[in-house]
Design a protein around this ligand. Sequence first.
Ligand SMILES: Cc1cc2nc3c(=O)[nH]c(=O)nc-3n(C[C@H](O)[C@H](O)[C@H](O)COP(=O)(O)O)c2cc1C
Ligand SMILES: C=C(O[C@@H]1CC(C(=O)O)=C[C@@H](OP(=O)(O)O)[C@H]1O)C(=O)O
Length: 353
Amino acid sequence: MSANWGHHIELSLFGESHGKGIGIVIGNLPAGLKLDMDMIKAEMKRRAPGQNKMSTPRKEADEVEIMSGVVDGITTGAPLCAMIANTSQHSKDYSYLKEKMRPGHSDYPAYVKYHGFNDVRGGGHFSGRLTAPIVFAGAIAKQILKEKGIHIGAHILSIKDVKDSRFPHDISDDFKRYQPTIDEEAFIKMQEVIEEARMHQNSVGGKIECAITGVKAGLGNPFFDSVEAHLSPLLFSIPAVKSVSFGDLDDITSLYGSEANDSYYYEEEQVKTRTNHNGGITGGITNGMPVIFTVGVKPTPSISLTQDTINVKTKTNDTVNVVGRHDPCIVPRVLVVVEAMAAIGLLDMMEDL
Ligand SMILES: Cc1cc2nc3c(=O)[nH]c(=O)nc-3n(C[C@H](O)[C@H](O)[C@H](O)COP(=O)(O)O)c2cc1C
Ligand SMILES: C=C(O[C@@H]1CC(C(=O)O)=C[C@@H](OP(=O)(O)O)[C@H]1O)C(=O)O
């Protein structure tokens, strides 16, 4: 199992949902950065489990303990290791999952690949819990980007069939008023849909729209290291993410060229486009408009409705009712994770860190 990533910024992710803790080692951070611990705490809280009915009831404080790389709150340039303790494991919920494979979760492929030795408790290293250290790393990346005038924000674009409006094509960085949705009414309906699924022992998924503002034209490369190519692997690394698309979701494919092309114009000295169907990236390189992309999150796999599955011990067909504490919808908690991945990916593309 490898959990390393990065070019200019290096990440190494470790831990399991029911082990002692989880964490991350971040390499190549600039020295001399004063960490904004209040901001980091606030970001961790946006993802932390157990805060409302839309979330898994598992409660974790998700307090970050910095083990290395920081002295007097300032980065030293050495690898920064951050740990988060697990304090609320209910491992017995997972005892039967050694044999019965949860549909939609990692259990079966992991069983095959790791010969049954993988930690199934809470999904082990596959758990969405591993996104907590990602949020920590993302908060630091966001802080560095903010100093460069770059801001990142996401909102819930849809939950099941309930839709929010899209970001304006030329969104500025006032993200607070767009969270968790642009239309307040949409969020009320979304919560009802999530609650109804929960009450029926079921789950729902949805889409997230994320924007990066303040990125100057000229970041990225053609072909293999385009901005899309660079951000996508990180976004797809988030458990339960099944799609990533830049600009107009899939709709650009149904437009005429005359509609899909974003016409340029000068606003005083600044080059802008009248629309942003291409999501601020053309030729793999940023064009100065906000980078806008959408991420699709599937419904949470662990549901307590009876489902068909297999028992790998008896090698028979079987059924499973997943017990334990699960998110009826992952989307609201994953907004900040999407932002974090975007921040890390973008920062990693900057050679002048
Ligand atoms: C923040 C977060 C919370 C999650 N919560 C749950 C959960 O409570 N129950 C569950 O079965 N899956 C949950 N997942 C999704 C699984 O971890 C994921 O579906 C699984 O690892 C399989 O990966 P895949 O869906 O990417 O194929 C969560 C994911 C994230 C990012
Ligand atoms: C703990 C978190 O989410 C967990 C993600 C998760 C999964 O399968 O991904 C399954 C559940 O784990 P457990 O059964 O151990 O409670 C969630 O609670 C978290 O996000 O911090």
